[in-house]
Design a protein around this ligand. Sequence first.
Ligand SMILES: *Cc1c(COP(=O)(O)O)cnc(C)c1O
Length: 370
Amino acid sequence: MPQIAGLIALGVRNLQPYQPGKPAEALERELGITDIVKLASNENPRGPSPAVIQAMSEVLSGTTRYPDGSGHSLKRTLSEKLNVSIESLTLGNGSNDVLDLVARAFVNPGDEVVVSEHAFAVYVLASMSVNAQLRVVPACEFGHDLKAMAAAVTPKTKVIFVANPNNPTGTYSEAGAVEQFLDGLPGTVLVVLDEAYFEYVTRGDYPNGVELLSRFSNLIVVRTFSKAFGLAGLRVGYGIASEEITEVLNRVRHPFNVNSLALAGAEAALNDETFVAQSVAQNLEGLQQLGSGLDKLGLEWIPSVANFICAKVGPNAAEVYEAMLKQGVIVRPVANYGLPEHLRISVGLEDENTRALIALDKARSAISGS
Ligand SMILES: *Cc1c(COP(=O)(O)O)cnc(C)c1O
């Protein structure tokens, strides 16, 4: 349909849709197998906290009403936990929504947006949708090269996206490097610090973006309930920034972008600190398990502080992925992130990690032997 092709908005013409991990249900349908292990989307393998399910069931009968469009109760809880004002919080339908709000609220066509090689794909999607000019800065040992990203700034740069830690590599930038980076930037460049895996990181030199907000008025910190809180299916995330930036983000936010179940569930999740602490401890064990399992298979992997590991499987990574699928194990190919020889494995429960390692081993021997 060439007529339609000509109508497409400029930024959307070359847009490749986001490729999500394969849903377990899809594999079930295709292969007719059950007992599938999905380690493809960095979800919390423990499921949501029972307190979340309780809170959501209590609001189910209220779903005839629109949700509180300001999300006041969730924001109040967040503001107490984070020690920030309610006016500095923006709620999103997942944190992806907040990333999109930044692009829509601040980026004009032709403005430059700086991202790192191997960075989270949504930055590129959000920026291209508004017809931004992308500057992709080569990674350094798979992580963000913050010095090079700062050097890529020009008078036309509007936004820099920094994933800390990054997905799919699991790498992180240390506090000193992040502060030096922010110090060196002109205040006219907005920095989005995406801390989707914040709760999982236990390193002493990992910076807390919220603590940097008072010093850097151009900073927007983004977090989510999709990962450590175990609520990926509910779609809730949030941004924390100056009240001035927040007011602008809220101009383009869709009314009622966070539904009433999500508002109630997220608030209960925030209050169940034990659940998050247990998830973090379990994740550290899973990282160890996967790391030493990959070592035994003789595979290199990128050191990760998040809830996934990127393993270097080799030039036949796509075939290995398919062969693992046939064994009922879903991991994530990352060729579209410029990592054609790697597969990303989310940390699962202990027996899920074991199954993934066995499936990976079998897949590799089957392929190399054929
Ligand atoms: C998973 C992830 C998110 C979270 O997306 P939601 O929309 O909140 O589910 C954001 N940033 C990165 C880098 C991620 O990996």
